[in-house]
Design a protein around this ligand. Structure first.
Ligand code: ATP
Ligand code: MG
Length: 456
């Protein structure tokens, strides 16, 4: 049902509630800085109408044979899809003075978490919210009695964006939805902001459903936190740009090492469990990568047209080579383990170490000297503070999360789609991880840039 696909769950669907005029105003302190004599007052305040929509895709393919064509059906007929615009509403569904807001950060670290927390707190206070708490160490903080909640205010969060990490701490696992909702109830939280990836969003949606089942008027709003950029429909998620930028430092070091050594081969492992966006973008942006390996594109190491033979060719012709591999790539060539992390994610085999050993062995076997340098910058990247563009993205997303909660939505997430800031129903964005389409133009550009063949 394309017409209603992106409709948002709203508290008034479940509760008999009436809206009230918003307390959020851009010139509520008597200031005249927001001018524009003839503009309607609502527009000067920046209010977004509930009925506003942004168009999800602005390209129309004339044929399924067009490069990168994404078609709804065989003859590429077109269906317009509209998503809800994010932003402050003129009417709100919570009395700010009585709001009890909670913020929690789950999963792994990602540049920008503190920036989002900070903006959520600032914006809540602008509405007039008095009680804001941080739940420590992810979902665990809801029921681990030894972990006290963290009172938040403008003063507390003022400078937290100057460092990476999360003021609140993060964790994996421990998501018993019923216990979490018990804790939300006991604490009297009625607005919950949840920052996390795919797993966290699944948990948030379950929390949203459980709250409504228990007739608790709680607004659950997510901000997608995934360094891998693996959330469906979104142009990008915060932290991704920074990761790509930081990854280039590692790539540059690998390049220098490889270039300065006799028959040097630099190998860099980057994040990307099921999506190769970081590896692809870092390869594209650095321009120093000869071989980029991602989870979406199968490859072989041995034999004709294998990676190892190509490396031999590179050493012969260029004297050095640089390889970039995403952590989820080539998992089929590693021994399967049944191990899972605390959140139930399968623990991946280390493809970086595997390729490093295989390269060394191969060159020894063919009697060609090769000097392999392996770099895994994962944790250095995740702990960074965001770059300028991510910091701005965090700011917008954090503010919009608060506007979404006051607008009465629950079970939603915020994002940027097709350059517009929007709200989306959670299930739509986590139906599967967003992955690199091997037939997309960006992957084709990456291949053009590295000059690598199909390793099959
Ligand atoms: P990252 O990008 O760092 O992997 P993530 O949100 O996917 O972020 P996870 O560790 O997978 O990180 O999950 C975070 C939290 O969400 C954990 O506390 C986990 O227990 C919970 N969680 C994961 N999947 C689900 C699910 N299907 N239902 C409920 N909770 C879940
Ligand atoms: Mg995850």
């Amino acid at each position: 049902d394309f017409e209603n696909r992106f409709d948002l769950p709203h508290l008034r669907d479940v509760f008999d509630i009436k809206p009230m005029p918003t307390t959020f105003s851009l010139h509520n302190r008597g200031s005249q800085i927001v001018s524009g004599a003839d503009l309607p007052e609502d527009r000067k305040n920046g209010y977004v109408n509930d009925d506003d929509r942004a168009l999800l895709k602005v390209i129309k393919y004339s044929s399924p044979t067009s490069a990168g064509a994404e078609c709804i059906d065989a003859d590429c007929s077109w269906v317009e899809q509209w998503v809800h615009r994010a932003g402050p509403r003129k009417q709100i569904y919570f009395e700010p003075e009585k709001v009890n807001a909670g913020i929690v950060t789950c999963g792994g670290l990602c540049p920008g978490l503190n920036d989002v927390i900070r903006q959520i707190v600032f914006t809540l206070e602008l509405y007039g919210v008095k009680k804001i708490i941080g739940i420590p160490f992810g979902y665990r903080g809801f029921f681990d009695q030894g972990l006290p909640e963290i009172p938040l205010s403008r003063n507390v969060v003022q400078n937290i964006n100057l460092a990476g990490g999360s003021l609140l701490g993060v964790s994996r696992g421990g998501a018993n939805v019923s216990e979490i909702v018990d804790s939300i109830q006991a604490r009297g939280i009625d607005m919950l902001f949840i920052l996390g990836g795919n797993g966290t969003h699944a948990g948030a949606n379950a929390i949203h459903n459980e709250c409504h089942k228990r007739k608790m008027k709680v607004s659950v709003v997510c901000v997608p936190k995934t360094i891998d950029n693996d959330i469906l429909l979104m142009d990008k998620t915060f932290g991704f740009d920074t990761s790509v930028e930081e990854a280039q430092r590692a790539i540059n070091s690998a390049y220098i090492e490889a270039h300065s050594a006799y028959h040097g081969i630099g190998l860099v492992k980057l994040m990307g469990r099921s999506s190769g966006f970081i590896a692809m973008h870092a390869s594209l942006s650095s321009g120093q990568i000869d071989v980029c390996l991602i989870p979406e594109v199968p490859f072989k190491l041995d034999g004709p047209y294998g990676v190892l033979q190509h490396l031999e060719h590179l050493i012969e012709t260029k004297g050095s080579a640089v390889v970039c591999v995403a952590e989820g790539a080539g998992q089929d060539m590693l021994e399967k383990s049944n191990a899972t992390d605390a959140s139930g994610n399968v623990v991946l085999g280390d493809i970086g170490v595997h390729i490093q050993q295989r390269i060394k062995r191969h060159f020894k076997e063919v009697g060609v000297p090769a000097d392999v340098k392996y770099i895994d910058p994962t944790y250095m990247i995740r702990a960074c503070r965001p770059n300028a563009s991510d910091a701005i993205l965090c700011t917008v997303l954090g503010q919009n999360a608060v506007h979404g909660a006051f607008a009465g939505y629950s079970g939603i997430t915020v994002g940027i789609c097709n350059t517009h800031y929007v709200y989306l129903p959670i299930p739509e964005v986590i139906a599967s991880p967003r992955t690199v389409d091997p037939n997309s133009r960006m992957w084709h550009r990456c291949l053009t840039s590295t000059g690598q063949p199909d390793f099959m």
